[in-house]
Design a binder for this molecule. Structure first.
Ligand SMILES: [Zn+2]
Length: 601
């Protein structure tokens, strides 16, 4: 095998080792802070209540930063060696420390939610809490929705075996399914749901079709269970919304919108904008169908890769990939290229293809040293290169915020993929400018073209389906047939004639509908994708001034709502559908270019 020169990272600059005295001391510090926090709780009903609350907040700030750092280190240790039992055991212990810290914090949170405005402002006036204003104000947005203390306590104690149990049931159910799968050569293999889902992105149409049929078979068998889970989860959430509506109305979208720091109008207008552009998605799907030699795509083709069109790229070494990325980043600004080099020189990237490494890729980092780390497994493919660019984009996002208070650097899901998707786009466009043959260009553009229906049609289907279900669920439960027909209707509404048949059991096979934390785990994807394209459009518009605009915007992603962010940096109103127009111009260019290249071949 070729030497691809993939590096391993250095994380022992943070702590010498998992069992080092330095790490132990810090863990003891967290435990001590947690105990001090607990000891202060009675003071929340005493005379010095304000002072107590402020002290608790400061203890929590220090403890959560240290605990986060310890968890990152342990998690990163484990991710390069999943068999590291010491890391695994420490992670368990740290999770217990986190629960303890959280328990000590509950009374303070309750106090701040029930406090009147004057008390709340007096609490924030402590000089050492100046970095936490956005953090606490953001939490307090929901203070009018809080229930009396005993009810909140009852609710959180029932939630684990009530609401959360439904999500666990789905995970356990889908984890236990065995399907007898037939490969192309006639050999048989027992596959689980995850195995079937991953075959949907296979290069072989036979395998994709069989995997799709397999998913339909297993989810038809388990449709009653899946329907019961969705009904119960939606019922619980809707009942909770009703209870919380005692002072201000609480909609089922209130919580997911708050989590994404967005307003309803921004979401509505974004859906309106993508809805009016769905013909562009249909065009992209028609071009994909042409590549596969079909009249229309089939429902098992939506994740299919570009077939070989006579263009083969030789394996890329890791240093060569870093050269391409640094060069591409330089086209934005030399400091962005320098940053890529710094990540390499400081050994902040782990790309070695080692046996017991965690699959996939991610960007993480340390709250104390404020240094990022990136992990992936290097095999020298083009998709590795794009993944590396993506994760370095995330790392750059945290790097430009490294001098800011940590509390102001936590951004919501709607903005989380801004820097990563932008970095991908920059690298892809740089490669496009260097590519010589139409086949090579087509391969680079494939991803952009596939993104158009993914974010412009498929994600909106999920959102509109879920919304229609929640609206109807208030009056009745859904049968499996109801779910299938609602999914099929929503699918047809968005896909039109561009796919041969609707994926009507998508409601059962898509894990995202069953996540217990935020409902509507869909619209932030489309928002994030469009937003990164809006930034890319701004680069062409602003030229020289772009980099300052870009970094200033990134620095604000953790300390203001989406509407204020757009107003401040774009001087535009994100609650107007026209904000997204430049994104659709770019997406149209991708599709046009792809079509022209396809005709050349
Ligand atoms: Zn990402």
């Amino acid at each position: 095998m070729q030497n691809l020169q993939a590096p391993q990272w250095d994380i022992d600059s943070e702590y010498p080792a998992l069992d080092s005295p330095e790490l132990q001391a810090e863990r003891q510090r967290v435990q001590a802070l947690s105990q001090q926090l607990q000891a202060l709780v009675p003071g929340l009903i005493g005379e010095d209540v304000l002072k107590t609350a402020q002290e608790m907040a400061l203890l929590h700030k220090e403890a959560s930063l240290l605990l986060g750092n310890l968890m990152s280190y342990t998690h990163l240790k484990r991710s390069t060696d999943l068999k590291n039992s010491a890391a695994r055991a420490l992670l368990e212990q740290l999770k217990k420390d986190a629960v303890q810290l959280e328990q000590g914090l509950q009374p303070l949170n309750q106090f701040l939610m029930h406090a009147n405005d004057a008390t709340f402002e007096a609490f924030l006036a402590h000089p050492d809490l100046a970095d936490s204003h956005f953090y606490y104000r953001d939490q307090r947005i929901n203070h009018q929705r809080v229930l009396p203390l005993e009810q909140e306590n009852l609710l959180s104690s029932l939630e684990l075996d009530g609401f959360q149990a439904w999500g666990n049931l789905y995970t356990n159910l889908t984890g236990s399914i065995d399907y007898d799968f037939e490969h192309e050569d006639g050999s048989r293999e027992t596959l689980g749901v995850a195995g079937l889902l991953s075959l949907l992105s296979s290069g072989s149409e036979t395998l994709r079709r069989r995997a799709y049929e397999g998913l339909n078979t297993v989810f038809a068998t388990h449709e009653e269970s899946c329907a019961a889970i969705l009904n119960a989860m939606a019922g619980w959430r809707l009942e909770l919304c009703q209870r919380r509506s005692h002072t201000v109305p609480t909609h089922f979208l209130s919580a997911p919108l708050h989590m994404n720091r967005m307003q309803q109008a921004s979401l509505d207008q974004m859906i309106e904008a993508v809805g009016s552009q769905r013909a562009l998605g249909h065009r992209a799907l028609a071009l994909q169908a042409r590549v596969f030699g079909k009249e229309r795509l089939d429902p098992w083709d939506t994740e299919a890769p570009l077939p070989e069109l006579g263009h083969q790229t030789p394996p890329l070494s890791f240093p060569a990939a870093m050269d391409i990325i640094a060069e591409a980043f330089n086209t934005v600004d030399s400091s962005m290229g320098d940053f890529a080099r710094l990540m390499q020189e400081q050994q902040w990237i782990d790309a070695a293809p080692l046996g017991h490494k965690t699959p996939g890729a991610f960007c993480s980092g340390f709250a104390k040293s404020r240094t990022p780390r990136v992990l992936l497994t290097w095999h020298g493919t083009q998709s590795n290169l794009i993944t590396l660019a993506h994760e370095l984009g995330h790392a750059f996002h945290s790097w430009v915020m490294r001098d800011m208070p940590y509390r102001e650097t936590r951004y919501p899901m709607s903005l989380a993929e801004t820097a990563s998707t932008f970095a991908e786009t920059v690298v892809r466009h740089h490669m496009l400018s260097q590519a010589s043959s139409p086949a090579e260009k087509l391969a680079i553009l494939w991803h952009e073209v596939a993104a158009v229906p993914r974010f412009g049609i498929n994600i909106p289907v999920r959102y509109c389906f879920e919304k229609a279900f929640y609206e109807a669920r208030a009056g009745r439960s859904f049968s499996p047939e109801d779910f299938c027909s609602l999914m099929a209707d929503t699918w047809r509404e968005w896909y039109g004639e561009s796919i041969s048949a609707p994926n009507e059991r998508f409601w059962a096979s898509k894990l995202h509908f069953y996540i217990t934390q935020p409902s509507f785990y869909n619209f932030p994807y489309t928002f994030g994708y469009l937003f990164s394209q809006a930034i890319y459009a701004e680069q062409a518009r602003q030229g020289e001034g772009f980099f300052d605009f870009y970094t200033a915007l990134l620095r604000d992603t953790g300390r203001m709502p989406v509407e204020a962010l757009v107003q401040k940096h774009f001087r535009r109103d994100v609650t107007e559908a026209s904000f997204w127009d430049p994104c659709f111009d770019i997406m149209t260019q991708y599709v046009d270019q792809f079509e022209a290249l396809l005709s050349e071949l």
